[in-house]
Design a protein. Structure first.
Length: 159
């Protein structure tokens, strides 16, 4: 683990549409990294699908993040690009389906950069559930999961 995280300075979070989970992860991780003095880390997010390119995060994701002091309102959805496999040291997916899609799109020489976020950060095999079709409780659950995983990953990166 330490070898994998040593020298990590660019992290990409990936979900399906890049309007709920991955922009929340990006905002949470970036805010925590600044608060923790982690240094210069480039953090971004993307989706495996192209439905929301150029659109802001879901209003419920923006509201949930803002409720916790994290501003993601300026983010815009984008689709995972071939160049991301070279630009990012870690590509962290929100669930197993996106892990499979990202791995299938990546050159074999870059598979070591792709991980499920919860598994890498917390050694848990659970997915971060997509809150899109649910209510506010789903966004709160996702926010808590992403915060816990971000804190754990940053502690491992610092230590």
């Amino acid at each position: 683990m330490a070898g994998l995280l040593r020298g990590t300075n660019a992290i990409l979070f990936v979900c399906l549409g890049n309007i709920c989970r991955s922009p929340m992860a990006e905002g949470i991780f970036r805010t925590m990294a600044q608060q923790n003095g982690l240094g210069e880390i480039h953090v971004d997010s993307a989706g495996t699908g192209d439905w929301h390119i150029g659109k802001p995060p879901d209003r419920r994701a923006i509201a949930k993040a803002a409720e916790h002091g994290v501003d993601i309102s300026g983010l815009r959805a984008r689709q995972l690009a071939a160049g991301d496999f070279d630009r990012f040291d870690l590509i962290l997916t929100m669930d197993s389906a996106n892990f499979d899609n990202v791995t299938a799109a990546a050159p074999a020489t870059r598979h070591d950069r792709i991980h499920r976020f919860m598994q890498l950060a917390l050694d848990r095999t659970e997915d971060v559930p997509d809150p899109y079709y649910g209510g506010p409780e789903g966004f709160e659950q996702v926010y808590r999961m992403l915060t816990e995983a971000s804190a754990a990953l940053q502690a491992r990166m610092a230590g």
